[in-house]
Design a protein around this ligand. Structure first.
Ligand code: ZN
Length: 123
């Protein structure tokens, strides 16, 4: 489901379009449906449906301690739950600074490559 399709499943906070109905904009005499959705509708859906993202660390932390997390193990991951990639990134930077390798959206993450599994959850 695309972000657009997901947003259509809730009431629009801008134009009050009901779930399943297109957003509308005013005309001189009424309102007409539009092919796009109001961004606050997308944002509202994302806030109500946080996603999991997966953070990994560089192999240098096998040899040296991570500056902000001594238990860091590059064979595992940290699960970060957030409404958007950008908000997940903010949480990662607040906890680990720039001392990490990749932040993956769930569809792009291959758990099998990280045998130590989940090391921590960052809600
Ligand atoms: Zn709308």
């Amino acid at each position: 489901m695309t972000t657009h399709e997901q947003a259509l499943t809730i009431i629009c906070p801008v134009c009050n379009a009901m779930p399943g109905r297109a957003c509308t904009q005013p005309t001189d005499t009424s309102r007409k449906p539009v092919p796009w959705v109001h961004l606050p509708r997308e944002f509202a859906w994302q806030q109500a449906n946080p996603q999991d993202f997966f953070l990994t660390f560089g192999i240098e932390y096998r040899e040296k301690p991570h500056p902000y997390w001594p238990e860091c193990d590059p064979s595992g991951w940290v699960r970060v739950t957030a409404p958007t990639f950008e908000s997940a990134l903010d949480k990662v930077k607040a906890r680990f600074g720039l001392e990490w390798s990749q932040l993956y959206p769930e569809p792009n993450f291959d758990r099998a490559k990280f045998p130590a599994g989940e090391l921590m959850a960052l809600p």
